[in-house]
Write a new protein. Structure first.
Length: 416
């Protein structure tokens, strides 16, 4: 119906479209959790791109960083027999929906555009199921970043920390200087995001063994106790009002200088840019001290659901638009992430974006690129949620570090 009106409207307005575009014009309903200022700015790049191709965007935003709430809303929609056209999704969630047989098939678009040759292998592992393309990756984010207010860093000695001890020293100085050293929002996924980096800072093998292989020995080790001790130390630098605070409000504290730094994925950069801030001048981006050379990644992909034939042309056009090289650059420059293709120039990216692209490529070659636990690329949702529960309970003081280690082992065992 909408499509017919659209096409009729275009004919009436004298637009002469090629048969492929005319056939593809239609509507996509898109479920996503990009509701912060920076996220919305990036989403607009995608909306505008599709609208320029005569595809109407039906927005279904579900607020909640990390996407937990969005995934609950999605389940309800699919159960009601009314799946959206495309859904922002992370890692193992995509594969879970594919296993349920709920997703469509993008092989024709992927073959025509050579996706196999340009999408990084690590992303293909989540974009394909049983050899079939099921989703279109829009970006690569990573979680082991720290975003520091430049003036606050200068006041704390001016040197970006490179080790855990240097990090603690800078946080102490910020405390002495009367600001909240660590801007943080008390939500389980945000604590898990810091945990990604803290575990990685204790060794790439340790991250892999504990978060990806879920090895009970690594999960129950002294090194894991050290990880929890570090989490407790970081907790001591957070203000009293952190509970429930959204991540972008914690970014705002750093942007305004009431907090010194935030440990968050590079979507945080989107907030700094949206506030008119410049890397190197207003803020500094570093890898979490001790994780230089390694990357915990997550990739937002648009999982394409099995929809009626009338909705497939617009769905395929959306997949194709997402993978277009120009779009990958334009979108990721705004979002804070890096392209999901290996053949994109870094010319339009700021220094943090250039570093992100370089770090990703190097980690890929060096075997130090790992899926983020916090953002669904290390283990399926059941295990991820079990880990979240323990990490957040410990951060909120319910467990000491030794108890947290025991609970972690039990939680993972129970979730498998
Ligand atoms: C997504 C990002 C998003 C962030 C906060 C992450 O899981 O990958 O795109 O900006 O959550 O909402």
């Amino acid at each position: 119906m909408v499509r017919n009106i659209l096409i009729a409207g275009m004919i009436a307005s004298g637009l002469t479209l090629g048969p492929r575009l005319a056939a593809a014009a239609g509507e996509v309903e898109v479920l996503h959790w990009w509701t912060s200022g920076g996220e919305a700015a990036a989403l607009n790049v995608l909306k505008d791109d599709l609208e320029s191709k005569s595809v109407t965007w039906q927005d279904m935003p579900v607020a909640g960083g990390g996407g937990t709430e969005a995934m609950t809303a999605l389940r309800a929609r699919v159960t009601a027999g009314n799946a959206p056209t495309a859904v922002q999704m992370l890692g193992f969630d995509i594969l879970d929906w594919a296993k349920e047989g709920a997703l469509g098939n993008l092989n024709a678009v992927a073959a025509e555009e050579g996706w196999d040759d340009v999408i990084p292998t690590a992303l293909q592992g989540f974009g394909k199921h049983d050899g079939n393309w099921i989703s279109a990756p829009v970006n690569v984010h990573s979680t082991n970043w720290v975003w520091i207010n430049k003036a606050a860093l200068d006041a704390a000695g001016g040197k970006a920390p490179e080790s855990w001890d240097e990090l603690v020293a800078v946080l102490d100085r910020m405390q002495e200087n009367g600001i909240t050293p660590l801007g943080h929002g008390g939500q389980a996924w945000q604590e898990a995001t810091i945990f990604d980096a803290v575990v990685l800072s204790l060794g790439t093998d340790f991250y892999k063994m504990s978060m990806i292989d879920l090895d009970p020995e690594a999960l129950g080790s002294e090194t894991m106790k050290e990880a929890f001790d570090r989490m407790a130390k970081l907790r001591s630098y957070v203000d009293d009002n952190f509970s429930g605070r959204d991540w972008n409000l914690a970014s705002a504290m750093v942007i305004e200088g009431t907090a010194g730094m935030q440990m968050m994925g590079d979507w945080a950069k989107g907030e700094f840019l949206n506030a008119g801030k410049t890397p190197g001048e207003d803020f500094v981006c570093i890898r979490f001290p001790g994780t230089q050379g390694a990357v915990t990644f997550n990739s937002d992909q648009f999982a394409m659901f099995a929809v009626g034939d009338d909705r497939i042309p617009a769905q395929h056009l959306m997949a194709s638009a997402i993978m277009a090289p120009k779009f990958q650059s334009a979108f990721n420059v705004v979002k804070g992430s890096v392209p999901a293709r290996t053949d994109i120039s870094d010319a339009d990216f700021d220094d943090c974006g250039k570093k992100g692209m370089k770090d990703l490529a190097e980690a890929n070659v060096n075997g130090t690129l790992f899926g983020s636990m916090a953002h669904g690329h290390a283990a399926p949702a059941g295990v991820k949620n079990a880990l979240y529960d323990v990490v957040t309970a410990h951060f909120n003081g319910a467990y000491d570090s030794s108890t947290a280690v025991e609970e972690l082992v039990n939680a993972v065992e129970g979730a498998m």
